[in-house]
Design a protein around this ligand. Structure first.
Ligand code: KMT
Ligand code: NI
Length: 178
């Protein structure tokens, strides 16, 4: 089952897969207020129903661990850096954990990091335009996850440091404005 808490913001260059639990929990209700929805899904039928409901047509599976990169440390590290770089997408992002574990960090309205630790059967819906990042857990350093796509996979990551704020970002910011 998912665990959600404020990140302690004590990242260094090589410890970002550690828990970084500040000790301050966050409720699923608070997550939903920033448009992030959690679901516990145990069967393929439930996953299919959610996909149909939200008009998702495609999906694939991503396997992230050192072995998936043929033990090429550089390639693995490059992917880890890419996923951990703060970014948003112009489409909603749905991830369903099949095996292993992972951390999704999302920004709340106060620009604080909230960390959700996902384990098998956990599903997270991130709205288009929300700043987020992803990493593996130090304990397992491995995840297998289903990625759901509305239509054609369109997963351009728009990094925060690019300064680019597209329509998706601006309209998301408006919906959560306090
Ligand atoms: C993303 O866009 O942030 C991701 O797909 C994260 C990795 S999914 C296990
Ligand atoms: Ni992303």
């Amino acid at each position: 089952m998912v665990e959600v808490y404020y990140h302690d913001n004590k990242d260094t260059v090589d410890n970002f897969t550690e828990p970084h639990d500040s000790g301050r929990p966050v409720s699923l209700e608070d997550l939903s207020k920033i448009g992030v929805f959690y679901k516990h899904i145990t069967t393929k039928e439930e996953l299919d129903a959610l996909a149909n409901e939200r008009h998702y047509k495609n999906r694939d599976e991503v396997n992230l661990n050192l072995a998936a990169f043929n033990n090429d440390m550089n390639a693995y590290n490059a992917k880890m850096q890419q996923f951990y770089k703060e970014h948003y997408h112009e489409d909603e992002e749905i991830r369903y954990i099949v095996e292993g574990e992972g951390y999704f960090d999302v920004r709340n309205t106060g620009d604080e990091w909230i960390r959700a630790k996902l384990v098998p059967n956990d599903l997270l819906i991130l709205p288009a335009g929300i700043y987020h990042r992803f990493t593996l857990t130090d304990a397992l350093k491995s995840v297998r996850a289903v990625r759901l796509f509305k239509d054609q996979p369109k997963w351009e990551a728009i990094n925060r440091d690019s300064g680019r704020e597209s329509e998706a970002r601006l309209s998301y910011a408006k919906t959560v404005a306090v």
